[in-house]
Design a protein around this ligand. Structure first.
Ligand code: ADP
Ligand code: MG
Length: 222
């Protein structure tokens, strides 16, 4: 579940962004659309607790953000949020397996090889466990990054421009993987994108279990 109220972010030497109030029920899918520069990545950073709002409140996965401080916030974020950033930030010095192990260490957990392989297998990349990120195709690297994002079974999955620079087939594949993974874990999924193709790839769910809410962020400058 994600709930925001009166959320506003102020860049130092940059724009002030005012965001509409949003409620995303647990397990729902939110498509965060809108042109480049409207504030999608900023909104994701706020929801992930990576930056603090200038005003407003937000509650993510049952946690009112702002109530936690540094170490507790880091541990909470590592467990509750699965972030698939636009730039994947896989460590080039580590192999695929070690990149996932690092996510467990970051959350204060002991390395769990069985769980790491299960996550890699669910995304079809377990055979690549010993490869370095530099030895992966773009699509493979994205699957590895998604496996890492969902390794700790987060309640919220945030994906920033997951179809950027992908052809139609690969874009459909990427969105399908996100939807399947979120559904398998009953996680709330937010896909932020300016890619007009993505809306067509998210089917309105017949059972109504997956909500679909197009959203254009509003931007106002001081
Ligand atoms: P989107 O993800 O929708 O493309 P962003 O959240 O990246 O939008 O950016 C929103 C606005 O904030 C844009 O006008 C952008 O130029 C501005 N912005 C982003 N990052 C910074 C920064 N570090 N400093 C100042 N302004 C920034
Ligand atoms: Mg962005």
């Amino acid at each position: 579940m994600i709930q925001t109220q009166g959320l506003c972010y102020q860049y130092r030497n940059g724009p002030r962004l005012d965001f509409p109030d949003i409620i995303v029920p647990q397990g729902a899918v939110l498509l965060l659309s809108g042109p480049s520069g409207c504030g999608k990545s900023t909104w994701l950073a706020l929801v992930a607790g990576l930056v603090a709002p200038a005003a407003g409140s937000l509650c993510v996965a049952g946690q009112p953000l702002g109530a936690l401080k540094s170490i507790a916030a880091d541990a909470w974020r590592a467990r509750a949020i699965g972030f698939l950033p636009q730039k994947l930030y896989l460590s080039s010095a580590l192999n695929v397996y070690q990149n996932l192990a690092m996510a467990q260490w970051a959350a204060g957990q002991v390395e769990d090889a069985a769980r790491i392989f299960a996550a890699l297998q669910s995304l079809g990349v377990d055979a690549l466990a010993q490869r370095r990120p530099g030895q992966l195709s773009g699509g493979q690297a994205q699957r590895v990054a998604l496996a890492r994002a969902v390794l700790l079974q987060p309640q919220v999955i945030l994906a920033d421009e997951p179809t950027a620079s992908l052809d139609d087939a690969a874009a459909a594949d990427a969105v399908g993987l996100l939807l399947d993974t979120a559904k398998a874990q009953s996680a709330t999924l937010v896909i932020a994108t300016h890619d007009a193709r993505v809306a067509a790839l998210i089917p309105p769910d017949a059972d109504g279990q997956i909500g679909f809410q197009p959203l254009c962020l509003l931007r106002s400058q001081l």
